[in-house]
Design a binder for this molecule. Structure first.
Ligand SMILES: [Zn+2]
Length: 297
């Protein structure tokens, strides 16, 4: 009993330390604005990149970073366009993309895939309200600022609730965390994510995105189809490397000690360093692949 209590306290303490480490000093953060194309802008602060549609209908934002940055983000939004915020889209449930829901969700309805709402509901109440008001299973469109903005769900990849957003006339795509530009991605295996599914989703995006489109990644600099294809190559290369190590009977510790081949070193950047990427690949690829067409629970 006593030991269990000690273990529980240790786990709680680790959680607190981890959370404290995750909270950067937002007072020093600057929110940078980039015009991407047509009506679309990108805002970059501390968390996931924000996409903005700005025009005669007002503003629509895709993701909203951390709550302490809400005022700076709001100032950046209104520097682009003084119009009203009309819609907030969440690409997925992670806090570095949805922390600002508490602020921006009071100004405008939040749109998200059904599983995003389900997962946000387990977050402590003070951080979850308001929840997404408009939910969908597969896809939905918003006719806004003279173009169709398509919000398309992709199955089990980064999480189980990710969407890719197509600004069809502006020729811009926001991929959320289905794309980390020039760096290893996070795949949330505990949040419905799947390594093979993640790679399949990137392949679907490559097929679907026009060759001359601009691509806003969840993390990293603005990209194009070229960077997305390089990302895909890295995903396929590093995952088949780790699959072979697993087949050869190596332990995770051995795989980490050996590291990845030199050709992938430039991808080893914050927030997902090589050790964490190997961890994700090893755990994700050790799981048996689902039978084709099988539905995950
Ligand atoms: Zn994420």
């Amino acid at each position: 009993m006593c030991l269990r209590r000690v273990v529980l306290l240790a786990v709680l303490a680790c959680g607190l330390v981890a959370r404290a480490q995750q909270q950067p000093d937002f007072s020093k953060t600057e929110v940078r604005t980039t015009h991407v194309g047509g009506n679309v802008y990108m805002l970059q602060g501390e968390g996931g990149n924000i996409g903005v549609s700005a025009g005669a209908d007002g503003l629509l934002m895709v993701d909203n970073e951390f709550l302490p940055l809400a005022e700076k983000i709001e100032a950046a939004l209104h520097a682009i366009n003084p119009g009203k915020l009309k819609f907030v889209v969440n690409t997925h449930f992670h806090g570095d993309h949805t922390g600002g829901n508490v602020h921006f969700g009071r100004e405008a309805p939040i749109i998200a895939q059904t599983n995003v709402r389900k997962r946000l509901r387990v977050v402590p109440a003070a951080k979850q309200e308001p929840l997404p008001l408009l939910t969908f299973d597969d896809s939905m469109s918003v006719q806004f600022n003279g173009e169709e903005i398509k919000v398309v769900h992709v199955p089990h990849g980064h999480t189980d609730g990710d969407s890719i957003i197509f600004f069809t006339k502006s020729n811009v795509v926001h991929m959320g965390d289905q794309f980390f530009c020039g760096r290893y991605p996070n795949i949330d295996l505990g949040g419905g994510g799947d390594v093979r599914g993640y790679i399949r989703n990137v392949e679907l995006a490559i097929e679907r995105i026009p060759a001359d489109a601009k691509i806003i990644p969840g993390h990293g600099p603005l990209g194009t189809i070229k960077e997305l294809k390089e990302f895909h190559e890295m995903l396929v290369g590093t995952s088949s490397f780790v699959e072979k190590q697993i087949a050869a009977g190596k332990t995770l510790e051995q795989v980490k000690a050996e590291g990845l081949p030199e050709q992938w070193k430039s991808w080893d950047q914050a927030p997902i360093r090589e050790g964490r990427w190997l961890d994700i690949l090893y755990r994700g690829l050790s799981a048996k692949p689902a039978a084709p067409g099988a539905k995950a629970p």
